[in-house]
Design a protein around this ligand. Structure first.
Ligand SMILES: Nc1nc2c(ncn2[C@@H]2O[C@H](COP(=O)(O)OP(=O)(O)OP(=O)(O)O)[C@@H](O)[C@H]2O)c(=O)[nH]1
Ligand SMILES: [Mg+2]
Length: 457
């Protein structure tokens, strides 16, 4: 794609810093830059991938001393001619540089427009574009690392392999159709079923990894629930090491929910303290809080059921069982609180059914270290399935669609249907995978993806 416009934007965050970078990209990048930049040589004449020191002017007015990094098409981020000016990091400096570039013939870039040009010029595919956004917005170290792998093409390569396998299979199926009259068999149906099964398996696995990817992207959500007065808010405060939530001996203290992020071992753990669950709330507000607590439970990766052990180790068992029945997908952890009130508490607790169990005292801090380690381990376990990249909802939906088409293709083969039917399904799957990388795309898809970007990226 050849853009007519040359675009510019500040690529560094707003505010004051040591340096800032102003990016300029497009067919007239060098001409426009040379209208403002005075160095030893005109930027239009210097080799690609070189840096030049000089003065930056707006007409006769000196703005700053700058460095100009020169990248010639196609060897740049956007695939176009690019100049990046490194200037002093004040908002008035960058604003004047932008104004000068616009006077000299450039226009303001839209959010994500540099990356959009990179995509349209074939420098990045859509999964890599999405990785750029994920890398910038990453909340966890493993999330950032997975996005980096996706950026260098981890997911692209994986999807290309799948595509190639499917193209080969579809080709054979269609070729055999041409010989249908002669009754020549080119393919062994069992082998094709096995190959399709293998691709189907990978597509479903990748689609399922969206849950793990969301954990790496947004953090691991731990919903703290229990009966009123179990000490949920005390636990939140103890884990955070600060008085964040109101604690009192009145049951029904917490009515809203309170969300805070804790960083444990490179993982971001989102703790949500909720209103105590009881059947007969004191008033309408507490009832609303309980309903909110249920909506938090639906979004939680882990449900931490906090039990007031001074009322018995089995005091919350019926609550736990009821929650497990209502939210069977969730993972649970049972934590006995207020061990300080119990003479000779056991040092370890057997699991409750399949539910891992720990003991703590939010008041004395006993057992909190072990609880933190357990939370980090569980969050890591649940996010471990992420390998080549961070699958997002868009990609997961397309992968699931591909898996459905492949299942239909396998069924058609098993039922002995003509190759025609099988090939149609395989082509459908190919189409879905093509949309993931952007081999097939629509303007709406691009719009949705690039709206997540900031200006200058
Ligand atoms: N002895 C002792 N008391 C505790 C402990 N944790 C909490 N408490 C007390 O238990 C009472 C209730 O604590 P909260 O943290 O407000 O309990 P909650 O579960 O948030 O209660 P609601 O918000 O009403 O659902 C307070 O008086 C706390 O001081 C503990 O480990 N040991
Ligand atoms: Mg509370």
């Amino acid at each position: 794609m050849i853009s007519k416009d040359t675009i510019c934007a500040v690529a560094t965050p707003p505010g004051i810093g040591g340096i800032a970078i102003v990016r300029l990209s497009g067919p007239d990048a060098f001409a426009i830059a040379d209208r403002c930049f005075r160095g030893k040589a005109a930027l239009a004449t210097v080799p690609t991938h070189t840096i030049h020191y000089g003065k930056f002017y707006d007409g006769p007015q000196l703005i700053d001393t700058v460095t100009a990094s020169v990248f010639r098409a196609p060897h740049s981020y956007t695939g176009e001619d690019v100049v990046e000016f490194g200037c002093h990091g004040g908002p008035l400096v960058t604003q004047q540089i932008l104004n000068a570039l616009i006077t000299a013939g450039a226009r303001h870039a839209e959010p994500g427009e540099f990356t959009k040009r990179a995509f349209l010029n074939g420098k990045l595919d859509l999964t890599q574009v999405e990785a750029v956004a994920d890398l910038i917005h990453a909340q966890t170290i493993p999330g950032a690392q997975a996005a980096a792998r996706q950026l260098v093409g981890g997911l692209t390569r994986r999807l290309q392999q799948l595509r190639q396998q499917l193209i080969d299979i579809a080709g054979l199926l269609e070729l055999e159709l041409d010989f249908a009259e002669e009754d020549i068999e080119l393919i062994d149906r069992e082998t094709v079923i096995q190959q399709l099964n293998a691709v189907h398996h990978i597509c479903s696995e990748l689609a399922d990894s969206v849950v793990a990817a969301e954990i790496l992207r947004g953090g691991y959500v731990v919903g703290i629930v229990g009966y009123p007065n179990a000490g949920k808010s005390s636990l939140l405060n103890a884990l955070l090491g600060k008085q964040r939530a109101i604690v009192s001996d009145l049951p029904g203290t917490t009515r809203d929910y309170i969300e805070e992020v804790l960083f444990l071992d490179g993982m971001s753990i989102k703790l949500v303290d909720t209103a105590g669950l009881r059947d007969k709330p004191a008033d309408r507000i507490e009832l609303e809080g309980i309903e909110l607590a249920h909506s938090i439970l639906q979004q939680s990766n882990l449900v931490l059921v906090l039990n007031d052990a001074s009322l018995g180790f089995d005091h919350s068992n019926s609550l736990l069982a009821a929650l497990q029945q209502r939210y069977p997908q969730s993972r649970y952890l049972l934590v006995h609180n207020k061990l300080d009130l119990i003479p000779d508490p056991p040092s370890a607790f057997p699991s409750n059914g399949s539910v891992q169990t720990l003991g703590i005292s939010a008041r004395t801090g006993q057992g909190l270290g072990q609880l933190k380690r357990t939370l980090a381990t569980i969050a890591k376990e649940d996010s471990q399935r992420v390998t080549d990249g961070l699958i997002n909802e868009r990609q997961a939906t397309l992968l699931a669609a591909a898996a459905r088409s492949l299942a239909a293709a396998i069924d058609a083969l098993r039922a002995g249907l003509s190759n025609e039917f099988v090939a149609v399904e395989v082509r459908e799957a190919l189409n879905a995978i093509g949309k993931i990388t952007g081999e097939v795309y629509t303007d709406e898809v691009l719009q949705a993806i690039f709206s997540r970007f900031c200006i200058g990226k």
